[in-house]
Design a protein around this ligand. Structure first.
Ligand code: EPZ
Length: 416
């Protein structure tokens, strides 16, 4: 199992390019199932989760061609509507094949994802929405079995804001008979990126990016080419690493347009931030001021940046209150940060982080993707060496992590 060895204390300096967004790429890959014509995606990040999704689609009969960051998928030969447990258990986002499969082929058997480190991660809203559109759904032997001769448009309301739930239902509605309205829809930029691609494929969608999305079903969709938006969470992660290490970095191939809440907090912490069309520059103060955060659906502060902010608060001046409102168990990184010397008290979904003058390197264990990112940031700040174990979590969501950090002057290497 790979580990990341970090010698802390070096401020990050220099320029590095960001990659395409994992959480836009995953639904965009499943959108290929909605048509028999080729869909080409560019700026596709080279991540383990992308590899898993391509494997899942290929075993369904989708032809996959990949050249660098360009992927062409052709679902003309779709001949198997099953997403098996072996693949789904390694990546929950596999559930995103459910809506497209029912819409395109009238049937799907998708393994229930099962929980993960950060929570139970149910898909009841995905199921409720498809049922409202006329799908017959049975959940048996750990699989969701959905059937529909043709989905019909409906008025849908999700009990809570769900990103992949909104994406699944929006994709299914593209081929339904009539109009679908999704209320309480997720407003994340990745939902908008998906909608833009679906429209390029011939879908009729309005309201993406707001909490009411209207979709007029069409008989079929055609092929298209779409460039994936930059990864706002990767961008936020590198901004935090620079902020915590007193650095000065310029991130290119990205946009601040989707990071208002994160950038506001980094400015409150004392950072100088310059925004340009496709780059962000951050100059950190010698020491950050503590910043409290409360996670919530977009455009509020993203839960995927919570662990990174717990890490930067660990050595900031003051005390921060971190409230996690999206997932029920997303503080797994706290006990690992405490091993590095952080002062963190957990009380339910609240973490109180008292900034320390320093952290001391230690061996820590990654538990989930963004928790691992928080530990890497803390390791970059800690005195001495930090060894982050189980970094396969990181490889799921951060492309060329050690190369990008090393390009910014970090002393980091991967050890077997
Ligand atoms: C997406 O997960 C992201 N993943 C997550 O990023 C992100 O943390 C999350 O949205 C919240 O922003 C992808 O886009 C692939 P949700 P998703 O459905 O869609 C509950 C990362 O690190 N819920 O918005 O699975 C759920 O339990 C990952 O890149 C139900 O109860 O999250 C959670 O408490 C981690 N029933 C809340 O809603 C449902 O049917 C929000 O979940 C669906 C969700």
């Amino acid at each position: 199992m790979d580990k990341l060895l970090i010698a802390g204390g070096a401020p990050l300096k220099g320029e590095v390019a960001m990659s395409g967004a994992k959480n836009a790429a995953l639904p965009l890959l499943t959108a290929a199932l909605l048509t028999g014509e080729p869909l080409t995606l560019t700026n596709v990040p080279a991540l383990n989760d992308i590899g898993t999704m391509l494997k899942l689609l290929a075993q369904m009969g989708v032809k996959v061609e990949r050249a660098g960051d360009r992927v062409t998928l052709d679902a003309g030969g779709l001949d198997n509507s099953v997403a098996p447990y072996e693949l789904v258990k390694t990546m929950r986002a596999s559930v995103l094949v459910l809506g497209p499969l029912v819409a395109r082929s009238g049937e799907a058997r998708v393994s229930l994802p099962g929980g993960c480190a950060i929570g139970a991660r149910p898909v009841d809203q995905h199921i409720k929405g498809l049922q409202a559109m006329g799908a017959e759904i049975a959940v048996e032997h750990g699989y969701v079995h959905a059937k529909a001769s043709r989905l019909r448009g409906a008025r849908l309301f999700t009990d809570m804001v769900t990103v992949t739930g909104t994406e699944n239902l929006m994709m299914a509605a593209c081929l339904a008979d009539g109009e679908t309205v999704i209320e309480n829809a997720a407003r994340e930029p990745e939902v908008v990126d998906l909608a833009n691609c679906l429209v390029a494929m011939g879908a009729r969608i309005s309201g993406a990016g707001t909490d009411v999305i209207r979709i007029h079903g069409v008989a079929r969709l055609h092929g298209a080419e779409h460039r994936i938006m930059p990864d706002r969470i990767e961008t936020g992660t590198y901004l935090c690493a620079a902020a915590a290490t007193g650095g000065d970095v310029r991130l290119t191939g990205t946009s601040a347009a989707y990071l208002d809440a994160v950038i506001d907090k980094l400015m409150d912490a004392g950072c100088d931030i310059e925004l340009s069309r496709d780059a962000i520059r951050l100059k950190a103060p010698p020491r950050l001021a503590s910043v409290s955060i409360r996670t919530a659906p977009y455009p509020a502060f993203p839960t995927d940046m919570q662990a990174q902010f717990m890490a930067i608060n660990a050595t900031a001046a003051g005390t921060a209150v971190i409230r996690e409102t999206i997932f029920e168990n997303r503080f797994m990184h706290a006990v690992e940060l405490i091993r590095l010397g952080a002062d963190i008290k957990i009380d339910g979904n609240i973490a109180i982080v008292k900034g320390m003058d320093r952290l001391d390197g230690a061996t820590v264990m990654a538990t989930d993707l963004r928790a691992s990112a928080g530990l890497v940031i803390a390791g970059l700040v800690a005195q001495g060496e930090t060894l982050v174990d189980r970094i396969y979590h990181l490889d799921r969501g951060y492309e060329k992590l050690e190369q990008k950090l090393a390009a910014l002057g970090a002393r980091v290497s991967r050890v077997k």
